[in-house]
Design a binder for this molecule. Structure first.
Ligand code: COI
Length: 357
C-alpha cells in the first residue's frame, strides 16, 4: 500500500518553533511526549469539515461537553516506524480505520471516511516526520480519537463530533515480562455490551480492578467472561495468546473482546510459519491444568502498544504459577522477530501490511 494517492484539501498551520530539540530520544517514556502537530476534522451534524493540521495545544472545552458526561468517545492505536533508509512505514492503518468505524457504529457516532483517516495521517506524518524515532525499540505511537462536541447535559447522542490524530514518540510499553492475575470478580465486558469497541468506558471500568491487582504485585489482569468467569477473554491493554502442546490458542473475538490488529497479525504470521492456530474458548481450568502438566509452553499479550508482551506469571485463586523462561519460547520469539523486521523494513512486506509515507 502506498499513501501517494491520498490527497484531500487539508489546511496546514505550523508551529512557530518545534519542541524537537528538547526531546531525549534515548529515554522515551510511553505516551507522555506529543509531537508538534495534530490533524483535526469536525463533524457538523451532516459531514466532516474543516480538515486541518494545527499545532498540538490545549483545547478549550465547555463543562457541558457531552463526552465528559456520557463518554461518547472512541479511539485507536497504531504505530509508524523509520527504516534504515529513513523511509516511514505505518503498520496496517487501514485496519485501524475500519475498526474505528465499527466502534463508531456501536457508540452511535458518525463514521470517519477511511480516506480522511488515511490522508490526515499521511499529511501529519509528513509534517512531523522528524519526530519518528530511529533508536532501537522505539516508534511513533499514533492515537486517532473521536469525541462528541455538543454542549448538552441531557442524555442523547451528540450531533457534532471532533476527530483528531495525535502522535507520540515512544519506547516500550512494558519494559519487562509481565505478571497477570485472573480476574474472577469484576467484569470488563459482556455479550451485547461494548467490549469490542475501542471506547473510553471499557478502559475506565478496568482501572479499579487493575489497580487492586497492581497492589498485589501484578501488572495486568486476565479478564474472564462476565457470565461465569470461566473463560479467558483479554487483558484490557492487549489480547492474550497461549502455546499449549505446540498450538497457538487465543480466545475468539466477539462482543466482549477487542478485535486486535496485532492479534490478527500474530495469527496470520503463525499460520504462515506452519503453526497450528486455534481461535476458541479457552477455560481457565484448561490453562491451569496445562501449567501443572507442563504443556503450557508460552503465554503472551499482543497489542499495538504492548507489541508482544511475554507473560511470566499467572495468578489464580491465590496461587502464583511461574511460566517457562522467555528464552525457551520459540513461537512467540519467532513471531515477534518477524513482525519487528517487517515494521522496520528489514524484510520484504509480502502481505502488503505496511503503508509507505
Ligand atoms: C494500544 O495498544 O494501542 C492501546 O490502545 C492500549 C492502551 C492501553 C495503550
Amino acid at each position: 500500500m502506498t499513501a501517494t494517492d491520498l490527497a484531500l484539501d487539508i489546511s496546514v498551520r505550523r508551529v512557530a518553533q518545534s519542541r524537537l530539540p528538547e526531546i531525549d530520544f534515548n529515554h522515551l517514556p510511553f505516551g507522555r511526549i506529543m509531537t508538534d502537530h495534530i490533524f483535526v476534522a469536525d463533524y457538523n451534524g451532516k459531514e466532516w469539515t474543516d480538515l486541518r493540521i494545527e499545532p498540538f495545544a490545549k483545547m478549550s472545552i465547555s463543562p457541558a461537553n457531552l463526552t465528559l458526561h456520557y463518554g461518547q468517545t472512541i479511539f485507536e492505536g497504531l504505530k509508524a516506524y523509520k527504516t534504515g533508509n529513513h523511509e516511514i512505514l505505518v503498520f496496517r492503518p487501514d485496519q485501524n480505520a475500519k475498526r474505528m468505524n465499527k466502534s463508531a457504529v456501536r457508540m452511535y457516532m458518525p463514521e470517519i471516511p477511511e480516506e480522511i483517516f488515511l490522508a490526515g495521517l499521511k499529511e501529519l506524518l509528513e509534517i512531523d516526520r522528524n519526530w519518528i524515532p530511529t533508536t532501537q525499540g522505539s516508534s511513533l505511537y499514533i492515537r486517532p480519537l473521536m469525541f462528541a462536541t455538543d454542549e448538552y447535559v441531557g442524555l442523547q447522542p451528540s450531533q457534532t463530533y471532533r476527530f483528531i490524530i495525535m502522535c507520540s514518540p515512544v519506547g516500550a510499553y512494558y519494559n519487562k515480562p509481565v505478571k497477570v492475575k485472573v480476574e474472577t470478580h469484576f467484569t470488563r465486558a459482556v455479550e451485547g455490551g461494548i467490549g469490542y469497541a475501542k471506547t473510553a468506558g471499557n478502559y475506565a471500568a478496568s482501572m479499579l480492578p487493575t489497580q487492586l491487582a497492581i497492589e498485589e504485585g501484578y501488572d495486568q489482569l486476565i479478564w474472564t467472561d462476565g457470565k461465569e468467569h470461566k473463560y479467558v477473554e483479554e487483558a484490557g491493554s492487549m489480547n492474550l495468546m497461549f502455546v499449549i502442546n505446540g498450538k497457538l490458542i487465543t480466545a475468539s473475538t466477539g462482543d466482549s473482546i477487542l478485535d486486535g490488529i496485532t492479534r490478527k497479525s500474530v495469527i496470520q504470521v503463525a499460520k504462515d510459519m506452519g503453526i497450528e492456530v486455534e481461535e476458541r474458548k479457552l477455560a481457565i481450568s484448561e490453562l491451569i491444568e496445562a501449567i501443572q502438566k507442563g504443556t503450557l509452553q508460552e503465554a503472551f499479550g499482543a497489542g499495538t502498544a504492548a507489541t508482544i508482551a511475554q507473560i511470566i506469571q499467572i495468578g489464580y485463586e491465590g496461587i502464583r504459577y511461574e511460566l517457562p523462561p522467555v528464552e525457551t519460547r520459540k513461537i512467540s520469539n519467532a513471531i515477534y522477530k518477524e513482525l519487528e523486521d517487517l515494521k522496520y523494513g528489514r524484510i520484504p512486506d509480502q502481505r502488503g501490511w505496511m503503508m509507505k509515507i
